[in-house]
Ligand binder design. Structure first.
Ligand code: FE2
Length: 261
């Protein structure tokens, strides 16, 4: 069994609020009795892709735990590389595979520079097929944009365009335990190509659904505590892999808000 935490949509903007909320979740994760083997960030690390926002993110997100990050529509590939990852500031799609024990975390760059919606390039699909074919063990696939409609008044119009090739790859690989995304600022669970699809909550805000809005333009809710997802990857009875996900929020003070005091 492997434990992986997911944070998303931290939207570092040089202000204190979003930075404190993200740092609060990271501190909480690193203090768990069984800390996760890695933390996956499913994008929108910053609010505007500025180098100084990545520097702020680097300070707030740094713990003893391995951190893997995917680019979101609010990110800038070159600045993300230079100022968060400390690598060459290329504008090429940021596709990565990280091994954690027997698990491989595969992060796809679904961002399209200058566009809010997402798309995976032909080169990214080729890289993904080769990565899945090279090796064994379970895979967690992470990208920013959900490849399905999540019934969000904001996100559905800027989701992943043309997800059919991704669906074919996911359906055809026995290694993929599940698909993780961000973008929707809401903890969401559904299926994609027969595999679990989990949208991780944002640490910054909640994007409300149409059924719960008090006014059509009140979609962004800043009141809830920052949240995260904890994914457990284990063997399933049929010899494949099972993804089990728990969601938590972290109130000020760091205690898990499961029950009132
Ligand atoms: Fe976001």
């Amino acid at each position: 069994m492997i434990l992986v935490a997911q944070v998303s949509d931290t939207h570092f903007d040089l202000g204190a609020r979003n930075a404190e909320r993200a740092a609060r979740v990271l501190a909480h994760l690193s203090e768990l009795r069984l800390p996760p083997a890695a933390i996956v960030h499913t994008g929108d690390i910053t609010d505007a892709g500025k180098p100084e926002q990545y520097a702020q993110a680097a300070r707030a997100l740094r713990t003893e735990l391995p951190l893997f990050v995917a680019a979101g529509n609010h990110d800038d590939r070159a600045a993300l590389r230079a100022d968060l990852l400390g690598t060459h500031p290329s504008d090429a799609p940021l596709n990565q595979a990280h091994r954690v024990g027997e698990l491989t975390v595969v992060l796809l760059d679904s961002s399209v520079p200058g566009e809010p919606a997402g798309r995976l390039s032909v080169a990214t699909y080729d890289w993904l097929r080769a990565t899945l074919a090279d090796g064994d063990g379970p895979v967690l696939l992470a990208l920013h944009h959900p490849p399905v409609r999540v019934h969000s008044p904001i996100v559905d119009s800027i989701a992943l365009a043309d997800p059919a090739p991704l669906a074919a790859i996911v359906a055809g690989s026995g290694r993929i335990a599940g698909v993780l995304t961000g973008h929707a600022h809401s903890p969401i669970s559904t299926l994609f190509a027969g595999k679990p699809l989990v949208v991780g909550p944002s640490t910054a805000s909640v994007l409300r659904g149409a059924w719960e809005l008090d006014a059509p333009d009140h979609v962004m809710d800043y009141a809830p505590d920052p949240g995260y997802a904890l994914h457990l990857i284990d063997r399933a009875e049929d010899g494949g892999y099972r993804l089990v996900t728990h969601f938590r929020t972290v109130p000020a003070g760091g205690r898990i808000s499961v029950q009132p005091d």
